[in-house]
Structures are given as structure tokens and as C-alpha cells.
Design a protein around this ligand. Sequence first.
Ligand code: SUG
Length: 445
Amino acid sequence: MKNIEVNFDGLVGPTHNYAGLSEGNVASVSSAKNTSSPKNAALQGLKKMKSLCDLGLSQGVFAPQERPDIYTLKRLGFHGSDAQILSAAYKASPTLLASCCSASTMWTANAATVSPSADTSNNKVHFTAANLANKFHRSLEPKTTSNILKAIFCDERYFQHHQHLNDNEHFGDEGAANHTRLCADYGERGVEIFTFGRYAFDKNKPRPQKYPARQTFEASQAIARLHGITDNNAIFVQQNPDVIDQGVFHNDVISVGNQNVLFYHEQAYLNNASFKAEVVDKFKGDNLHLIEVSTEQVSIKDAVSTYLFNTQIITLQDGSMAIIAPMHCRENTRVYDYLQTLIAANNPINNIHFFDVNESMKNGGGPACLRLRVALTEQELCAVNSSCIMTNTLYEQLVEWVNKHYRDKLIIDDLRDPQLLIESRFALDELTQLLNLGSVYRFQQ
Ligand code: SUG
């Protein structure tokens, strides 16, 4: 039986904007108040999805969420008509309104942690939506994320969904951005690597001083327990707090794995040597490639500004691997030169494809942030909602849908325009029909 990995990319929502909401995420903060283009952002994302599909991969589409989030604003005491609520919220705080308008669900690497059936105790694929408790604008996501996950993976014979962890920073969970998996083949039992930034219940352990560590050890352990991952197949490793303080707010900004390849910076982990020994021990096979990049080869600054490690490593149909990189990696000569040596070296990666995902990059989201990986058996893939799998027809329909509903430009001031809410609901209602999702949004219930 053929086992594959499907990337579910987040479709950018109609309110995509730059509000500078993510302290510790250098790009988000430095793009604050720039003019965004929701239309270009969505089209850039769709182009990446279609290109991966053209490379022979199964590609999924993950719907965005309803924004502005009127329900949150009501919960916070704003009342009256939708127009009155938006205007009052903007008056109280433009940043509060922007938080309730963020299109941050596009970064589906943060949507959930997924454990394939080969790794779990009951041989089902397990999903836990991330609570994203560290950032207010992202903490609004998990409930609807779960609705969408259940609408895509609805067959209980194969898929098991868990409630997101408690909404508190002690259990701050950022989903697959801090989780990767190594395996000989997608269908074989793998080693799940849970990376965390700090211990919540032990203040004496190392932690970053400047920027927040979003994922806790306790959250990573809870996910592994829920998913039934045995100690033999799990590794818990702390991120190097120094690199968090240099802008590595998620581990996927400094490390990426695919099958038997782990590509990472030498400064990514707190105890690099013991981590590597544990990976070698638990991986068991003799075909492991640990591709460690030194600071001399690529500085942390270059890694953060180009997102060299927020690339996707994909396995093509002939078994070879390719890197999906943002344009920033082509434009930075040091990183570009490094990539040339990488593909010439003796490892499975032998090709690079560059993509313009600049609208997302300006908010700190590279190619890998935009996708949630789900390894599936052939049988499990047949049980997935097929309307969410990219085809030529779906691509054309989605491009037309974006062109019809999305604005060319958006600034923070526009977020209080009640027409934007009407346009977004209209668009999402049509989208749920295209993707056959049912009523996943509150305005539809
Ligand atoms: O959570 N940016 C996102 C970027 C997420 C990237 N994901 C991964 N590394 N997997 C974040 O910081 C910025 C929104 C704004 O500032 O408008 C934002 O939420």
C-alpha cells in the first residue's frame, strides 16, 4: 500500500493585513501598518499549492476563518449592530480590532499537531488543534480550526480529534510548528520530535530573556500522551533560548525534517549533542541524514531573514527530495550559495524550487508555515473529504473565487468598514460549498 504525506495549505483570508501583532516575530513587527494585498496573498498561496500538485504531490486546501471576529468583540462587551461594534472596537483600540481581524489562520503549521496512524497506540491519525495561547489574535483560532479539521477528516474509523489544550500559557501549544517527524517511509512508525521553548512549572530551567517562548514542555508532553506516542518514539527537546531571543519564535524557523532527513542549524537546540544521539538511537535505521548547518555557513540573522529552514522538504515520486524555498533565499547570496552546496552534496535533497510568498513572509510566515502535514495510508486518504484536495478544476475555481471576493489592498483603517465583514462572510459561505465543508463558521450556525 502506498503511503503519502499531504500538505494542507492555509488559504489566505480576505482580511489579510499587517498589524504588528507578534512580539518576537521580527517580520511581523517590522511590517506593522504596511499596506497588504489580500488578493495577491491568496493568489501567491494558491500558486504554491498548484505547483506542488503539478510536482505530483497530493495537496490539500485548508479554509480560512471568519474575520472580523464579531463574537469575540461581543464577548468583550461591544454591542449594537455589527457596524457599531466595529466602530467602537476601533475607537477603543485599533490593535484590538486588528487582532480580531487577523488572517493568521493561513499559517496552518500552527493549526494542529498531527500524529500519523503508524505512530499512535490505536492506529488512528490523531489531531489536536493548537491553542496558540501566547498571542491573543491567534488564541481565537482553535475552535473553528477543530470544526474544519473534523469536516476534512470526518471518518471516525481512521481519524481521532482531541480538544485543544487548556487556554493558558502553561500549556501554550503552537501545533506542528514545534513538531516534526522522522521515518523511513511515511507509513512506517516514526520518531516524533516535540520541540518546546520553556518549562512552565519549573522556573529554574533555561528560558529566553527577551522574547516569549510560545511552546511549553508540559504542552508537548500532553499532546504525546493524548496521541498515544510511546517514549521509544518520542523525543522532547528544548529550543535554544538564545535563538528565540534572536527571532526564532517557532522551531520551524530553524529546523525542518522529512522522512530520513533532518535539516537544522547548529544553534537550534539547547543540547545539540545529546539531541543528536537520541535521534540516532530512536530512528534505528542506518539511512539517517542529519544535515547540520554551522553559523559559519549561515548566520542566525540570515536564517531568520531568509527563512532558509522554513522551507518545505518534499519527496517526489522518484524518491528524490526537493526544497520549496521563499524568494528571499534566492536573493541572499550567502544563503543561495549554501543551497547550491546543499543540493550538490551527498544527501537526498537535489533540487530547489523558489516561490514568491512575500505577502505571507512579511508577517513571518514562510512556505513551511503555510502548510500542515498529514501522513496518510492510501485507505485513509480515500476517507478524506475529497473536495479539499487540489485539482486543476479546484485551482481554477479558487482563483476565480479570490478574484471575485478579495480586495487588492487593505490598511488597518479599512478593518472597521462593515462592508469588509459582509464581503468576507459572503466569500466564506461560497467557499464552504466549494470545499464541501458544511457549516463550520458561527455565522452559518
Ligand atoms: O504566529 N504571524 C504569525 C506567523 C506564524 C508563522 N508560523 C510558523 N512559523 N509556523 C505568528 O507570529 C502576524 C500577524 C500580524 O502581525 O498582523 C502573525 O500572526
